[in-house]
Every structure is written in C-alpha cells, then in structure tokens.
Write a protein that binds this ligand. Structure first.
Ligand SMILES: NC(=O)c1ccc[n+]([C@@H]2O[C@H](COP(=O)([O-])OP(=O)(O)OC[C@H]3O[C@@H](n4cnc5c(N)ncnc54)[C@H](OP(=O)(O)O)[C@@H]3O)[C@@H](O)[C@H]2O)c1
Length: 270
C-alpha cells in the first residue's frame, strides 16, 4: 500500500496529476505536489487534506532545474526522504509541422516534457537510492508511435522513453525501479486546451471529440497506482494499445493506417 509513502508528484494541479493525488491521498500517502499554477495546486492540496493526507504544495516550472530542486528540498526537510516520484507534468501541441510559426514551440515541449522528467530524476535520485524507491514517468503511447499534428510532443515523449529505459538499466541492483506510463487519450484533463498552436500559444477551448478509446483520469489513476505497487516497468492504457506499438515495430505502414483513421474520426481532417 501507499500508506505513509513520501511522494513527489509533478503536474498535480489538474487532469491526471490531480486524480493521482486524490487516489494517493485516499491511500494515506504523503504528497509533495508541484505545478506552475499555485491557486489550482492549493485547491488540489486542500481536497487531498480532506482525504486525510499530509500535503505540501510547491509552485514551479519543471523546465527549471532549480524549481524542482527547491520542491525536493522542501519534501526532504519535511519527511527526511522520498519514496516515489511521479514525473507527470506535460504540455502538448496541435499543429502540423509546416504551419509552426516559431520553432521555439519544439524547445518548450522538450523543456517541459523531457527535461521536466530529467530534472525530477536528477533532484531525487540520491533519495530514491536511500529508500530503494520508485521513479515513474507519465509518457504517452506517443512515446512509441507517431501521431500527426503532434511532432514535437511525440519527439519529447520518445525522449522520455529512451531516458527512462536507460536509467532503469543503469540503476539495476540499486533497488530503484523505473516505470513508464503510456496512456492513450484521457478524458477530464486540460491537455487539449493548453496544447500549443502554430503561434506557440495555448489553443484554448476546443470542440474536438474524444476518441471512443479514451479513458477517464480516475480509472487511469487507479491503474497507475496498482502498477506502482507491483513496480511494473511499463503500463500501457488501455492494454490493447500494446498491439499497436508491436505492429508499429514490425509493420509500421499498417500501424500508420490505423493511426490516420483514428485521427480522422477526431475531426483532424486532411
Ligand atoms: N490527456 C491525454 O489524453 C494524455 C494522453 C497521454 C499522456 N498524457 C500525459 O499525461 C500527463 C498529464 O497531462 P494531463 O492530460 O493530465 O493534462 P493537464 O490536465 O493539462 O495536466 C498537465 C499538468 O502539468 C502541469 N504543467 C504543465 N506545464 C508545467 C510546467 N512547465 N511545470 C510544472 N507543471 C507543469 C499542469 O499544471 P500548471 O498548468 O499548473 O502548470 C498540470 O498540472 C502529461 O505528461 C501528458 O503528456 C496525457
């Protein structure tokens, strides 16, 4: 169980991160929550406290190593260590590569999605080694397969996969496990509204439909915590998406046809 586990959770102010915070709070974990929007983060922290959890809320940008380091310091001062890190913070994009007006969009995606994971690992590794803890990165199935309109996001999640797979190998024998979570579309998050458009600004509200394969953040967080307890190396949600990644590795053209069809259903046109 997660009772009394000391957990650092990035991207906890909304969506999957908030749902994970509630699930972990229910199970008695101690939570260090991190995101840029302090007001929203404190709202999540309050709801965790109502569930009986001990919570720290720390505002910062995962792209800034010093912000992550400061949050880790606070958690370590409060609890004398860290058992679990969930590097979940992320942003997306929704634009064809050739329509992007400023390539800085790609740097921002790498800074948040990839360097955010690296910064979390870098700042916590000594403590995870002490506690023989668990490092979890919330990636995406797009860390294994391409999806049009998401080139920078797909690249950043492929980087996360490569980093985590290598870190796992380097940490063999230390007692620290590394788990990568690869969700398909999730319902109930802000990821689409905050996705970067061609001018590098968030797209805002959108009327795009969710895929019929999408899963709720509540169901996803339950599955993630179950896999954390088993210290799995990877969790693909829903599980049948594993087939897509396997087909992509063997016959990429077949998988690409499936991906294009799925995207057309979501009004992606062209
Ligand atoms: N939604 C999906 O369909 C889907 C599918 C596969 C994978 N995922 C992954 O799931 C994770 C969670 O996303 P979500 O879907 O729950 O979206 P979300 O509701 O937008 O949550 C993203 C979280 O990350 C935080 N965040 C964003 N930029 C940050 C930064 N620079 N520094 C610190 N925190 C930052 C956001 O908080 P602030 O705005 O307060 O900073 C928010 O708490 C992401 O890694 C995403 O790639 C999502």
């Amino acid at each position: 169980m997660m009772k009394d586990k000391r957990v650092l959770l990035t991207g906890a102010s909304s969506g999957l991160g908030a749902a994970l915070a509630y699930t972990l709070a229910q199970q008695g974990a101690r939570l260090a929550l991190f995101a840029t929007n302090l007001e929203r983060l404190e709202g999540v922290a309050e709801k965790c406290q109502e569930r009986g959890a001990e919570v720290l809320a720390h505002a910062g940008d995962v792209a800034e190593a010093s912000d992550v380091q400061a949050a880790v310091q606070r958690a370590v001062e409060a609890w004398n260590g860290i058992d679990v890190v969930i590097a979940n913070a992320g942003i997306s994009m929704w634009v064809r590569f050739e329509e992007v007006e400023d390539p800085a969009v790609f740097r921002r995606l790498m800074d948040v999605n990839y360097m955010g994971v690296v910064h979390a690992a870098y700042a916590t590794l000594p403590y995870l080694k002490d506690s023989r803890g668990l490092f979890v990165a919330v990636s995406s199935v797009q860390g294994k397969v391409p999806v049009p309109l998401h080139s920078g996001y797909v690249a950043s999640k492929h980087a996360v996969q490569g980093f985590c797979d290598t870190l796992r190998l380097e940490l063999l024998g230390t007692g620290v496990d590394v788990m990568v979570v690869l969700p398909h579309w999730l319902r109930g998050t802000n990821l689409r509204q905050s996705a970067l458009g061609k001018d590098g600004q968030a797209l805002g509200a959108t009327s795009r439909r969710h895929s019929s394969e999408s899963i709720t953040i509540e169901a996803a967080s339950q599955q993630i915590v179950q896999s954390m307890l088993k210290r799995s190396r990877q969790l693909v949600m829903p599980w049948k998406l594993k087939l897509l990644t396997a087909v992509y590795a063997l016959r990429p053209q077949w998988a690409e046809a499936v991906i294009r069809r799925a995207l057309r259903k979501q009004d992606l046109g062209k």
